[in-house]
Structure formats: C-alpha cells, structure tokens
Design a protein around this ligand. Structure first.
Ligand code: 5RP
Length: 223
C-alpha cells in the first residue's frame, strides 16, 4: 500500500469517532484532507466543524460542511488531526503544515484527540523531524541563539524564497538536532521563551487515540 492509500485508510477510519449531531474539531494536512473527504460523506449527520487552518476551512466549506469560529463553541467532543511524529505515549510533533498554533487551540478545547497517521510517523523519541516553532518575527534571531544553546539548529522556514507567513501573520522556525526525551518538560520550557507563539511539541495536548495506517491495516493505539 502506498503512503497516500494509508492516509486514506486512517482518514476513513476516523469517522467512527465522529459523534452524530456534534461539531467536529478538524486539523490540517494531507492526512486530514482524507478525513475531510470522508466527513463529507456523512455531513448530514453533523452540525459542522471548527477548523485549525484557512486551508482546512476552505476544503470543508467547498464540500458543504459548515465551519464555526472556535469562539462560538465551548467544547468539542472530538478533534481529528495528523502528526509529523508520534511516540508510544501519544506525544506528538506537529506543525509541518505551519498550522500548529490553531491546532493546539482546537485540541485544547476538545475532550478527545484522535491522531491519524501512517506508520512512518511512529517514533521511539521525538526530534528527528525538524521541530516547527511559530515565532514573532522580531524574536527570530534571539530564538535561533536560544535553540543553539540546547544543541538545536533553527532555520527560518521559507516559501518561494521569502519567510513563510502563517495564518496568524507570524513566522516558523524549524529546529533540527534535538532529541526530545521529556516532551512535557520541553513544551513547558520552550513555550515560555519570549517571542515563541507555539512550540510544535504536543505533550500537554497529546493524542488519546492514534489510528495508525499500516500495511496490515489500521492499528488503534490508545494512550
Ligand atoms: C500541520 C500538521 C500536520 O498534522 C502534520 O504536518 C502532518 O501532516 P500530513 O498529514 O500532511 O503528513 O501538524 O501543521
């Protein structure tokens, strides 16, 4: 099975966590796009979605699924999103699609985080995937030096040769050279650095369930 087929498989498998009559939290990325496509087939059974990015909002609306502002909804039963890495405890690295801040916000207002991923994303220790960090532009170079002090090499993410601008008008640093053995401690520490908007370690908002696409089918990991 190709990686794309595995993504389709887990995107469809996530439908069984959708609570009829509810508003669903929807993440961002190529795996979530498969989930959105699957969600469109049962759109009459849900009220709509709260989305974590402009890209997902556009896709949801194009398929006829109403999108609510996060402020209009107190709590969501379920949030479905992908990951760049997930470990055996449900801690994740996210933000490959630059949507980490809104993803963390929607995850925080959801009772259950369902991660959908192909098996290439399962790791023993987080850190091999360059860690995305959304930053306030004026803090970029100071944060590059701060990551260097912990052994990380931080690079400003570019798009078409210029700094990528997130949905929130900020920039992204991608940090290599880290081995994140204490995801919760790491998230708590880096989140407090002045100029950091959001660090792409999801340990406080970790997954409750991971639907992992494998060549043997969908494996359900619960944490
Ligand atoms: C976007 C994310 C995505 O969930 C993550 O990058 C995985 O994406 P994909 O499903 O395309 O591999 O965090 O900010």
């Amino acid at each position: 099975m190709t990686q794309d087929e595995l993504k389709t498989l887990v995107g469809q498998a996530a439908l069984k966590y959708v609570v009829p009559g509810e508003i669903i939290g929807v993440g961002t990325g190529s795996t979530v796009n498969k989930f959105i496509d699957a969600l469109a087939t049962i759109k009459d059974q849900i009220r709509g979605a709260v989305s974590s990015s402009v890209a997902s909002t556009e896709r949801l609306r194009a398929l006829g699924i109403p999108v609510f502002d996060a402020n209009e909804v107190a709590e969501l039963a379920v949030y479905v999103d992908g990951a760049d890495e997930i470990d055996g405890q449900g801690h994740m690295v996210k933000g490959g699609g630059a949507a980490l801040t809104r993803e963390k916000i929607v995850a925080a207002q959801s009772r259950q985080f369902i991660c959908i991923a192909d098996e290439s994303k399962l790791v023993r220790t987080l850190g091999a995937f360059p860690l995305p960090v959304e930053v306030i532009p004026m803090a970029t170079q100071r944060l590059v030096r701060q990551f260097a002090q912990m052994g990380g090499q931080a690079r400003l993410r570019l798009k078409d040769g210029v700094p990528l601008v997130t949905d929130n008008g900020q920039h992204i640093l991608d940090v290599t050279g880290l081995s994140i053995s204490d995801p919760r401690g790491f998230e708590l520490e880096v989140s407090q650095w002045p100029g950091v908007v959001t660090v792409g370690v999801f340990a406080l908002q970790k997954a409750d369930v991971c639907l992992l696409g494998t060549t043997q089918g969908v494996k359900t990991l619960t944490f």
